[in-house]
Ligand binder design. Structure first.
Ligand SMILES: Nc1nc(=O)c2c([nH]1)NC[C@@H]1CN(c3ccc(C(=O)N[C@@H](CCC(=O)O)C(=O)O)cc3)CN21
Ligand SMILES: CC(C)C(=O)C(=O)O
Ligand SMILES: [Mg+2]
Length: 276
């Protein structure tokens, strides 16, 4: 009998095999506690570079470093046993060459224990995706709106809404699929395009603002929990935790100021003297 707990991590090949089957459920997480809450309910947890904006107050994902991804990635792996953990490679850590990407990806997998990496870009990154996959690194692709390119794109608006741009994104998705990605994130693209890509490519597509046509869905956890101040159009809020947290903090502040917290039940009494 095995001394291992009877849970086993979902693998990248298992996600790959879900094409056209049960929808793939994914959310982001950046720390152990939320990751543990997600673990029984989602197939893939993405440690997204959105952590720079959500956790660190940055305006874009451009300044996010490999060290930040490793610190949060490690915490998420520790908090989970079942979900496939995928870590974003941050801007500037992989684009220059397949060799650079290999060094960054191996460092991320070794230092976090994650099972896969994600990188942004279509045709221009296809050679790199192939290079990594051939060397044992499962890669999730990401096309459509690629936030790391914000400075050349100019804004976080939806992509592929005219024929010319749609055809570029279709070619991007084909290239990443052909290169061996085990799944592809389609971010903020029009529905007919998402449907066409999903029908054409072999790996499952995972949408974020990518329509119901995708093989799975992902959202940023804090956005769907109602913690984010402003959220993109594609977000559905499943809770309003922002106001709930503010209410709790306000009541705590009031009780501290009124000296009604801590109560006797939160206060230590001296130990009874030892009988001798
Ligand atoms: N919290 C959070 N959620 C995300 O989904 C997310 C991040 N951060 N950071 C990384 C990228 C950036 N993303 C974003 C960010 C903003 C919009 C947004 O505000 N879109 C507007 C239109 C903006 C415009 O037209 O200029 C929208 O209404 O959807 C979309 C995607 C998606 N990712
Ligand atoms: C939004 C998802 C797909 C992502 O790349 C991130 O969270 O960084
Ligand atoms: Mg990202």
């Amino acid at each position: 009998m095995s001394i291992q707990a009877d849970v086993r991590r979902i693998t990248a090949p298992e996600i790959r095999a879900r094409k056209g089957g049960d929808p793939i459920v994914s959310l982001t997480s950046y720390h152990a506690h939320t990751a543990q809450l997600l673990d029984r309910h989602v197939d893939v947890i993405l440690v997204g570079d959105s952590l720079g904006m959500v956790m660190h107050g940055l305006e874009t994902t451009v300044p996010v470093t490999v060290e930040m991804m490793i610190v949060h990635g490690r915490a998420v792996v520790r908090g989970t046993r079942r979900a496939l953990i995928t870590v974003d490679l941050p801007f500037g850590s992989y684009e220059a060459s397949p060799v650079e990407a290999f060094h960054t990806a191996t460092r991320v997998l070794k230092e976090t224990g994650a099972g896969a990496v994600k990188l942004e870009g279509g045709r221009r990154m296809a050679e790199t995706v192939r290079f990594l996959v051939d060397r044992g690194i499962p890669v999730m692709g990401h096309v459509g709106l690629t936030p790391q390119a914000i400075n050349t794109l100019g804004s976080f608006k939806a992509r592929g809404r005219d024929d010319a741009e749609a055809s570029e994104i279709l070619d991007d998705a084909r290239a990443v699929a052909q290169a061996g990605a085990f799944s592809i994130v389609l971010e903020a693209i029009a529905e007919p395009l998402a449907r066409r890509i999903t029908e054409e490519v072999a790996p499952p597509t995972i949408g974020i603002g990518g329509s119901p046509a995708c093989d799975g869905q992902i959202l940023v956890l804090e956005d769907m929990l109602g913690l984010g101040a402003r959220v993109p159009k594609f977000v559905k809020k499943y809770a309003e935790l922002g106001p709930a947290i503010e209410d709790a903090v306000a009541r705590y502040a009031e009780e501290v100021r009124a000296r009604t917290f801590p109560g006797p039940e939160h206060t230590y009494a001296p130990r009874a003297p030892k009988a001798s």
